[in-house]
Design a protein around this ligand. Structure first.
Ligand code: GLC
Length: 731
């Protein structure tokens, strides 16, 4: 065994120098081994044999410090150059301590808390030997039918960009070589959320300006934040699968954004181009992928099997392979794997009290209060008996949502566990349904019976974890099974009914909103979900979450989102609906505007919407100037008052509209948000800073710039709130 000559002896030489020294020593087989990521095998010896043969650059889904050290020792001590393996895992919203799914985290609009959650995930994962996560998922999603809406930060480009950067910072820390830092992965690059019909893996037909102004910016922000890796998406864009899309992987990632990140394919997304039909055979797959800019191939093995001949045939240059290997080796050096390849097997940080406490804060902030009639919430001290019903009231595994690989259900605090731990509260528990998809209604009667014995009813329903996430798209997004019947039956008891929905997407819940006195939405809240709920129900915490995605009134409205275009015939909102339309109505008697006869025009809840136990008042909007140049920064100030009885936090939002452009412009775009804590009765001046350069968009001549003209802006409680408007002009 030759010790890796670029090993510890020259720690202080630049990473790039160490990469070049090592690359110069590598055979073709050793180079191709670095581009090959394999899925962990159950049999350690089989895995070790692959490593000894130099076929493994990275392993995904191998976890456990001891197990990883065994494999790492084989790589470092039993191969010619001793290149360490990069261990990877989908740590999507926590490793052991599970935070809310990313869609829930986005509802907090709390970048610090989201960064903190990623830091916790990194520490827990790295302590277990994982140094690369396939997160953040920063796909813009405007379609609630798409199961993977759960994994991203919703429909807005600005919010998603900010959340992605916070998550990357949390994972990577200040120094990637710190043993608790893990490499982030900006995925899925790109346009996956535009899968037609919300059907996962489907084609995405994204026009160039929309790609540049809606879908790419979060990935550009990730590059600026130093995302260590990118993952190509399964989908095609207008006929080009992302794994062979040089416009994405070279023109944008390298030429425009100057990123030196390592690019990995998604799971077999390279070989799946045979099914897509843009590759003739596996050799063509390997050639198209690596020539488009892919560095590492996840599990498909077309690189390691075909590149030797492709190089011989001149279809792939050796320099292309060397560049890919450079990107892999650079990442491993930056992670400190050459200097510290092994994991401390005696450390256990999982579920520490600090991690639980910080996660609880984010989980509480992620809950969205969508209705609270007659101050049903928070419960007063008069509430002594609670009927806790529903299939999600004690569903530890389901409550953590999709992509929960390593968090253990026994550590999860469910609503039942949390409420039963409260002093002086009697809990009458009845799941009524065995699971969210249960079609048997027999249990509803006993839930109603318990409701009649209680002071209040808390009904926890929603989606099982399997009902969202990858490959789990839905054509209808109502509450499934007999959950609707359960809520209807409970509402007829006349008892105060608080409905709690734990789901991986917005559901069409108009009827349940009507039937409930109060409704809290918790996108799969994770480990501390029950405690967060109990704190919110009894006012120990006050809801602050806001919708990171539009809630459709009906699934037929999808895709529906706030930053839409105005069209030439915008709805007035006063149009007659189908049941108001007279029989024999004349062809044009209803007017001709853009709305649905059976669903009207607007959503059930707009983007950025959420209630509190208190009320807030926005006033006195002032601009630092009303005429500005492109390089100026506009200061917007306004007064925010807490006009209610509870200390609380408001998520203030700044929206802008470019009234006229060389191409049509969205009716609104989020350009800022702030969490502002106010005591009951307190009033504070709040300020937003808006660099005018952030109003740039892709113009008619495909340039990215700000066009002079008139703009409107709003400081608002949500994207439908137009009550505090101001105007300015860009010269
Ligand atoms: C999956 C997902 C991707 C994930 C990868 C590894 O198919 O699309 O998000 O990171 O494979 O599990």
């Amino acid at each position: 065994m030759v010790a890796c000559s670029s090993g510890p002896q020259t720690n202080n030489s630049s990473v790039d120098q160490r990469v070049e020294d090592l690359l110069a020593k590598m055979t073709l087989e050793e180079k191709l081994g670095q581009l090959n990521q394999v899925s962990a095998m159950d049999n350690l010896e089989d895995m070790a044999a692959q490593i000894r043969m130099g076929r493994v650059g990275s392993i995904l889904n191998g976890v456990g410090a001891a197990r990883i050290n065994v494999l790492q020792r084989v790589a470092v001590e039993e191969t010619r150059l001793g290149i360490p393996i990069l261990m990877s895992r989908d740590v999507i919203h926590g490793y052991k301590t599970i935070a809310p799914i990313p869609l829930g985290q986005a509802a907090s609009f709390d970048l610090d808390a989201v960064q903190e959650a990623a830091r916790i995930a990194a520490i827990e994962a790295a302590t277990d030997g994982v140094r690369w996560t396939f997160s953040p998922m920063i796909d813009i999603a405007r379609d609630a039918r798409w199961g993977r809406i759960a994994e991203g930060y919703g429909e807005d480009t600005y919010l998603t960009s900010q959340m992605g950067v916070a998550t990357i910072r949390g994972y990577q820390g200040d120094d990637l070589s710190d043993p608790t830092s893990i490499a982030a992965c900006a995925k899925h690059f790109c346009g996956y959320g535009a899968s037609e019909g919300g059907r996962d893996y489907n084609s995405a037909n994204i026009p160039p300006r929309q790609l540049l102004d809606v879908y790419l910016p979060p990935f550009k922000a990730a590059a600026k934040a130093g995302a260590a890796t990118y993952m190509t998406s399964f989908n095609e864009i207008d006929g080009v699968p992302s794994t062979a899309n040089a416009y994405l992987l070279k023109t944008q990632l390298r030429d425009e954004w100057h990123s030196d990140a390592m690019v990995v394919t998604d799971w077999a997304s390279s070989a799946e181009m045979l099914a897509h039909g843009n590759c003739f055979d596996r050799a063509d797959v390997a050639a198209q992928s690596i020539n488009a800019g892919v560095d590492m191939e996840m599990v498909a093995e077309t690189f390691i099997q075909n590149l030797p001949d492709l190089i011989k045939d001149g279809r792939v240059k050796m320099s292309t392979v060397d560049n890919a290997v450079r990107n892999v080796l650079r990442l491993k050096f930056r992670l400190g794997l050459f200097d510290n390849p092994y994991v401390d097997e005696n450390k256990n940080v999982a579920y520490s009290p600090e991690f639980i406490e910080k996660t609880l804060k984010l989980t509480t902030e992620s809950a969205i209060l969508l209705k609270n009639d007659n101050k049903t919430l928070p419960f007063s001290s008069k509430v002594k008996t609670i009927a806790l019903v529903g299939p999600m009231a004690d569903a530890a595994y389901e409550q953590s949502g999709t992509w929960t690989f390593d968090g253990e259900a026994e550590h999860t605090i469910t609503p039942l566990k949390a409420l039963q731990s409260l002093e002086g509260v009697k809990v009458l528990y009845e799941p009524a349904l065995t699971h969210c998809r249960d079609q048997k209604a027999a249990g509803i009667a006993s839930a109603v019976a318990k409701a009649k014995q209680a002071d209040v009813v808390v009904c926890v329903v929603g989606e099982e974890a399997i009902m969202s996430g990858e490959a789990h798209s839905l054509a209808d997004i109502n509450l499934y099974g007999k959950q609707k019947d359960l809520i209807e039956a409970l509402s007829k008891t006349g008892k105060p009914l608080v409905t709690v929905i734990m789901a991986g997407r917005p559901l069409t819940i108009a009827k349940q909103i009507e039937e409930s006195n109060a409704l809290l939405y918790m996108f799969h809240p994770g480990t501390t979900g029950g405690t967060a709920l109990a704190d919110l129900l009894f006012g120990k915490a006050v809801p602050s979450g806001k919708t990171p995605v539009t809630f459709p009134y009906m699934v037929g409205q999808v895709p529906i989102y706030y930053n839409h275009k105005n069209t030439g015939r915008p709805a007035a909102g006063t149009e007659l609906l189908i049941d108001q339309t007279p029989v024999g109505a004349g062809q044009t008697s209803l007017g001709c505007s853009s709305y649905w006869l059976d669903a009207g025009y607007g959503p059930l809840f707009p983007f950025g919407y959420g209630l509190s136990y208190t009320t807030f008042e926005y006033s006195n909007v002032k601009l630092s100037a009303t005429e500005l140049k492109v390089n100026d920064t506009l200061k917007v100030t306004f007064d925010l008052a807490n006009t209610g009885e509870y200390d609380a936090t408001e998520i203030c939002q700044l929206y802008v509209r470019d009234l006229v452009g060389s191409v049509t412009r969205p009716v609104k775009e989020l350009k800022g948000f702030k969490r502002v804590a106010l005591k009951a009765g307190e009033k504070k001046q709040v300020e937003f800073e808006l660099p005018i350069s952030e109003l740039a968009f892709t113009t008619l001549d495909m340039q990215n710039r700000v066009e002079p003209g008139d703009f409107k802006l709003w400081v608002a409680a949500n994207s439908d709130d137009n009550s505090n408007e101001a105007s300015f002009t860009v010269k």
